[in-house]
Write a protein that binds this ligand. Structure first.
Ligand code: HEC
Length: 128
């Protein structure tokens, strides 16, 4: 992969525990960037590189491949198994074990969850 996002140290975030770092960032960010946290921004780059060809730009897919914004909690619990261990390889979801580390997969997951949050907020706003 041309641009490496792991090991890029910004804002003193520990890349060994992105979930803890992400929680800290989400709790303290002032939302001036379109991406609230560096993990989500890096997850966006990784998503565009490895996932968008099938799952769609901005994590919004046509009906043929699951729209990851609407993935269930169960699917999120299995995210690593699906994306790195090839749990759904038989049905067309390839394993990315050779391309992505576990930390990178968590960044993509953070990006997908952020997109889900945005879509849910937009849907709630139009209902009012
Ligand atoms: C070659 C096309 C392709 C690419 C590239 C791809 N996927 Fe998938 N993905 C699929 C297909 C097809 C399914 C549906 C498999 C099934 O339902 O059994 C799927 C399913 C999934 C699911 C389960 C969704 C659900 O709601 O059940 C997740 C999570 C997922 N992909 C994540 C990713 C991530 C993250 C990437 C990028 C690292 C990625 N995929 C790249 C084709 C792809």
């Amino acid at each position: 992969m041309g641009r490496s996002v792991v090991g890029r140290s910004r804002r003193d975030i520990s890349w060994h525990s992105p979930s803890v770092a992400l929680q800290r960032c989400l709790a303290t960010n002032n939302r001036r960037s379109p991406f609230p946290c560096p993990e989500i921004e890096d997850g966006h780059i990784l998503y565009d590189t490895f996932c968008s060809s099938c799952h769609g730009g901005n994590a919004a897919s046509s009906a043929l491949v699951p729209d990851l914004r609407y993935a269930t909690a169960t699917t999120h619990g299995l995210f690593e198994q699906i994306v790195r261990d090839g749990a759904k390889a038989k049905t067309g979801m390839p394993s990315f074990a050779d391309d992505l580390t576990s930390a990178q997969v968590r960044m993509i997951q953070a990006y997908v969850l952020d997109r889900a949050r945005q879509s849910a907020q937009a849907a709630a706003a139009t209902k009012r």
